[in-house]
Design a protein around this ligand. Structure first.
Ligand code: ME8
Length: 521
């Protein structure tokens, strides 16, 4: 298969269980991965857990267990959640894997060979919660006068022997990168932030720690472990087999998209390209920094703050596809957005259950009841039928894939919903249920037209609601090879109708959701 496409999520810190933000990012990446697969591309999709560093070591110490026990336990929750949410990753990476230690050490050696690493002494501020070094000038003051990072997290004064990376040397090459490839950082607002940060000057970066040992050992200096972000970023290469010259590496590197949250854009668009330039490796094409999912109080849920909702609970209450649909539909990709039980119920009921589910249910039931499940032949389209099919065609071949390709899943869903509304307007105007007696021939044409439209709409929305779309397409007898964007159209309809296929009485797709009692309507 041609046209490879490599997408990654951030790797998640397993210092606690996953929350809605982790679910959001990974679902978004899955939607993009599924879309590109449906376009016929050869997709590689990687996610995983980021298991080293002081944050993990301190959490384990607080719990009285070893870091290894903590990450083995917590990483499994991330994997189980992503499996539950139908995330179609090809590789779930854990940075404690031996292959990852080897890859990180190879990247380190390559940076050393460029003369970009030197030993010195670090004195400065560090936030364990962000696993980040901050300049004095970036800090703010908390209510009690304590120093806080720009993210509002506590910082501590750190003094230790450390290896440094010559980040300062890469200021001009990075500015040239942003100038020549503005698509490297998206959305544009994040590019502007990063550019001004780099224009403000870059200091060399401390890239090892010698005061604890939970990390990847520095080659040739085994009393040092790598700064956790050095090994974390390397995960994108490890998963392809780096440093070996593997088929996966040759096919998929450089990555097409690193999908990450806005809080870690600096690591991915300043440090990471500088490391890769130093090692002489090609740079990823796009780093996309999405916004935060906030709860109804407008707070960011985070493990460190302890205000998290278990995404399993949301999946239990609303269903996986409704949750996936809601997150993609409600939040403009790239911006922050809020979620609440009410908003999920509203979207699930009005858009999935009513607009799309009822459309399919009504159409398939009429065929099942009135025609014994045999698909009607299309005798003489009139202009209303042609207009509907043209509207659907424009959506499923034009607006919807264009929006997915542009990393705007919220716009893809919006375009899909408009096409669903067009079908609803058509079914109401044509009222096929009244045509049975008055004009059975016309009824057959209307139902055939709707059948074609509904199958196309199910294919088009499959990246977002894969299970429900597949259940509908299974009922409709649509062969797996017809379920991609490339195969979308109406050419399959007559052969299917003539094949003797019989539609069974349809099964509803989306149960009506009730508002939880404890929350006000
Ligand atoms: O940052 N809404 O891990 P992490 C949306 N290990 N996204 C959110 C979110 C929220 N409320 N909270 C977190 C790390 N995220 C590092 C990454 S990559 C080489 C190393 C996003 O577990 C966050 O922005 O803190 C990040 O992209 C991802 O979840 C993992 O966050």
């Amino acid at each position: 298969m041609a046209d490879p496409f490599y997408i990654t999520t951030a790797i998640h810190y397993p210092n606690g269980k996953p929350h809605i933000g982790h679910a959001y990012e990974t679902i978004a990446a899955d939607v993009v991965a599924r879309f590109h697969r449906a376009m016929g591309r050869e997709v590689r999709f990687q996610t995983g857990t980021d298991e080293h560093g002081l944050k993990i070591a301190q959490k384990a110490r607080d719990l009285g267990i070893s870091p290894r026990e903590l990450v083995d336990d917590m990483s499994s929750y991330f994997k189980a959640l992503f499996d539950r949410l139908d995330v179609s990753y090809d590789r779930f990476i854990r940075t404690t894997e031996d292959v990852h230690h080897r890859a990180s050490q190879s990247l380190w050696d390559a940076m050393a060979a460029s003369g970009d690493l030197y030993l010195d002494r670090y004195e400065g501020w560090y936030s364990v919660r962000d696993e980040a070094y901050y300049d004095e000038s970036e800090l703010t003051e908390g209510e009690g006068g304590e120093k806080l990072s720009p993210q509002g997290t506590p910082v501590e004064w750190t003094v230790e022997e450390s290896w440094f990376f010559r980040l300062s040397k890469y200021q001009e090459p990075l500015l040239a990168l942003y100038r020549d490839h503005p698509e490297f950082v998206r959305p544009e607002s994040r590019l502007n932030e990063v550019r001004s940060f780099v224009e403000g000057g870059l200091r060399d970066l401390s890239v090892s720690r010698s005061s604890f040992d939970w990390g990847v050992k520095v080659p040739g200096a085994e009393d040092h472990v790598m700064y956790v972000w050095v090994d974390a970023l390397t995960n994108y290469l490890t998963g392809l087999g780096y440093p070996d010259d593997t088929a996966d590496y040759r096919t998929f590197w450089p990555a097409d998209i690193h999908l990450i949250g806005k809080d870690i854009v600096r690591f991915h668009t300043v440090y990471w390209p500088a490391f890769l330039m130093s090692a002489g490796l090609p740079l990823p094409r796009t780093v996309f920094g999405h916004g935060f999912v906030l709860n109804r109080e407008g707070q960011k849920e985070s493990k460190s703050l302890g205000n998290t909702t278990d995404p399993h609970e949301l999946a239990d209450r609303f269903g996986v596809d409704v949750l996936r649909y809601f997150l993609m539909r409600e939040i403009s990709f790239g911006q922050d957005g809020t979620y609440s039980a009410e908003a999920i119920v509203l979207r699930g009921n009005s858009e999935l259950a009513n607009a799309f589910g009822n459309l399919a249910q009504r159409t398939l039931s009429l065929i099942s009841k009135n025609l014994g499940g045999a698909l009607p032949d299309i005798a003489g389209h009139d202009s209303a039928d042609t207009a509907l099919l043209e509207t659907i065609d424009a959506a499923v071949r034009g607006d919807i894939p264009a929006a997915f390709a542009a990393l705007a899943p919220h716009q893809a869903v919006e375009a899909w919903l408009q096409a669903v509304f067009a079908c609803n307007a058509y079914i109401d105007a044509q009222a096929p249920w009244t045509l049975k007696k008055t004009d059975p021939e016309r009824m057959r044409t209307v139902l055939a037209t709707l059948y074609i439209a509904i199958a196309q709409l199910a294919v088009a929305i499959s990246p977002v609601i894969p299970t429900s779309a597949a259940r509908l397409l299974d009922q409709m007898g649509i062969a797996p090879e017809l379920r991609g964007y490339a195969a979308i159209g109406s050419h399959w309809y007559s052969p299917l109708a003539e094949s003797g296929f019989r539609l069974a009485p349809p099964v509803g797709l989306f149960p009506r959701l009730e508002l939880p009692e404890e929350t006000p309507a």
